[in-house]
Design a protein around this ligand. Structure first.
Ligand code: HEM
Length: 394
C-alpha cells in the first residue's frame, strides 16, 4: 500500500491507510516523495518530544509553504523559547477567557443572520467568519481588508487536483506575496503609532534571551509571525467546527445529548479534535540518524509525524473510529505536543465550544445539504470549503 498525502482519496479518508501503516510500516518511506512517516501514537509523541533530533527549522509542510517566512513554529531552541514567551502570555487561558463575550456575540450574530433564510453555508458564513473576526480584532486589521486576508490564507494552503505534488501552486506563492505587502504596511503603521493589538505587541515587545539580552523582531520575522497567527488563528478552527458539525449530523444520539446538556460540549470538542484533527501531520527534519523499529532514518531526512494516525491508534484509543463524546482521551495530539504545542490551544478550544453551544441552541436539528458540500485539498489540512445546512430553528 502507498501513502500519498497529495492524493485526493487520502484527503477524503486517510484512516484505513493510516491503520495499514501502523500495523505494517510504522517507519514508512514514501517511494514517490522520499519522506519518512511515523504513524504510531507513541512514536509520534517520542519524536515531538525529541526536538534536538526532529527539527522544525527546515519547515513542517511537504510543500514548504513556510519557506521564506520566519515563524514561531519553524524556530528551534533556544530561540524558540525566547520567542514563544510573548505569545504564550497573550494566549494564556486567563487572557483568552476575556474574549468570551465577544466570541459569543459574533457567533450569535452570524447564526441569527441565517435564521430568516433557513439555510447557512456553515464554512463560509460561520466557521470561517467567527475565528477570522476574532483574530482580526486582536490584530486590529482594517475592516475592509478582513475578507481579502481570509481569501489569501485559504489560497496559501489550497491545492487543485492538477497541482504538482510537493510544489507550491502559483496561487499559493502569489497569495503569500500579497499577504506580505499587506502586513508590512500594517507593521510600519504600528511601529509609528503603537496600539493595544497583537501587531503592536510583536513590533514592540523585546525578545529576552537567557542572558537577559534584548532585541526586537525584524520585518521578515514580524511578517512570518503575522502570517502564522492569522492563518493558524482561523483556518484550523474553521476546519474543526465544520468537520465537527458533520460528525454531529452523522451521530444524532450524541447531538441530542449535547442539546440536552451543553455541559458535554467541551468533551465533544476534544473528541472532534481527536477524530478529525485539522492538522493531519506536521513535518520535521532529522539533525542526526535515528533508528526506530529496525529502520534507520538518516540524518537530514524529511519526517512526517502523522497526528491524524496517532489520534486513531488503537494501541492507545479503544475503538478509535467510533465518535464518543465521553471518551477519556488522555493525551490530546490534535494540538501537537512538546515545545511547539499549539500556543493558541486555549483560544481555539474556547471558540469551538462557543461555536457549538450557539449553533445547537438555535438549530439543534440542522440537516446537511449533501449535494452542495465542497471539499478542499491540502497535503496536511484537507477539509471543507462549503457545508450547506438546512436549518430548523429550535
Ligand atoms: C483547532 C484549532 C487549532 C489546531 C488544530 C491547531 C494545531 C496546531 C498544531 C498541531 C501545532 C503544532 C505543530 C507542530 O508541532 O509542528 C500548532 C502550533 C501552533 N499554533 Fe495552533 N492550532 C489551532 C489553533 C490555533 C490558533 C487559534 C492559533 C493562534 C491564535 C494558533 C497558533 C499556533 C502557533 C503560533 C503555533 C506554533 C507554536 C510553537 O511553535 O511554539 N493555533 N497548532
Amino acid at each position: 500500500m502507498d501513502y500519498d498525502p497529495f492524493s485526493p482519496a487520502i484527503a477524503e479518508n486517510p484512516y484505513p491507510t493510516y491503520r495499514w501503516l501502523r500495523d505494517n510500516a510504522p517507519v514508512y518511506r514514501s517511494p514517490v516523495h522520499g519522506f519518512y512517516a511515523l504513524s504510531r501514537h507513541d512514536d509520534v509523541v517520542a519524536a515531538l518530544l525529541d526536538h534536538d533530533t526532529f527539527l522544525t527549522s527546515h519547515g513542517t509542510t511537504l510543500e514548504g509553504i513556510e519557506q521564506g517566512f520566519d515563524t514561531l513554529l519553524t524556530t528551534d531552541p533556544p530561540e524558540h523559547e525566547w520567542n514563544r514567551r510573548i505569545l504564550a502570555r497573550r494566549f494564556s487561558v486567563a487572557r483568552v477567557q476575556e474574549l468570551e463575550s465577544r466570541i459569543r456575540a459574533v457567533a450569535a450574530d452570524l447564526l441569527d443572520a441565517a435564521r430568516a433564510g433557513g439555510r447557512i453555508d456553515l464554512v463560509q458564513d460561520f466557521s470561517a467568519q467567527l475565528p477570522l473576526t476574532i483574530i482580526a480584532d486582536l490584530l486590529a486589521l482594517p475592516a475592509d481588508q478582513r475578507e481579502r486576508v481570509h481569501e489569501l490564507c485559504f489560497l496559501l494552503l489550497d491545492r487543485g487536483p492538477d497541482d504538482t505534488p510537493g510544489v507550491r501552486p502559483a496561487a499559493s506563492v502569489a497569495a503569500g506575496e500579497e499577504l506580505a505587502t499587506l502586513f508590512l504596511t500594517l507593521v510600519a503603521q504600528r511601529r509609528a503609532e503603537p496600539g493595544d493589538d497583537l501587531i503592536s505587541l510583536l513590533v514592540h515587545a523585546p525578545i529576552v534571551d537567557d542572558t537577559g539580552g534584548e532585541r526586537f523582531l525584524d520585518d521578515r520575522q514580524l511578517l512570518g509571525r503575522l502570517i502564522e497567527l492569522t492563518f493558524a488563528g482561523h483556518e484550523t478552527v474553521k476546519k474543526l467546527v465544520s468537520t465537527g458539525a458533520v460528525r454531529l449530523a452523522a451521530n444524532p444520539d450524541a447531538r441530542r445529548e449535547l442539546v440536552a446538556d451543553p455541559g458535554l460540549i467541551p468533551g465533544a470538542v476534544e473528541e472532534m479534535l481527536r477524530i478529525d484533527p485539522p492538522a493531519q501531520y506536521t513535518g520535521r527534519w532529522t539533525s542526526r540518524a535515528v533508528e526506530m523499529h529496525g529502520t534507520v532514518i538518516p540524518a537530514d531526512s524529511r519526517v512526517v509525524l502523522l497526528l491524524g494516525s496517532a489520534c486513531h491508534d488503537e494501541r492507545v484509543h479503544p475503538d478509535p473510529e467510533a465518535f464518543d463524546i465521553r471518551r477519556q482521551i488522555g493525551r490530546q495530539l490534535g494540538f501537537g505536543y512538546g515545545i511547539h504545542l499549539c500556543v493558541g490551544a486555549a483560544f481555539a478550544r474556547l471558540e469551538a465550544r462557543i461555536a457549538f453551544a450557539e449553533l445547537l441552541a438555535r438549530f439543534p436539528d440542522y440537516q446537511i445539504d449533501h449535494a452542495g458540500v465542497v471539499r478542499t485539498y491540502s497535503s496536511n489540512q484537507p477539509g471543507l470549503k462549503r457545508l450547506p445546512l438546512v436549518l430548523a430553528p429550535a
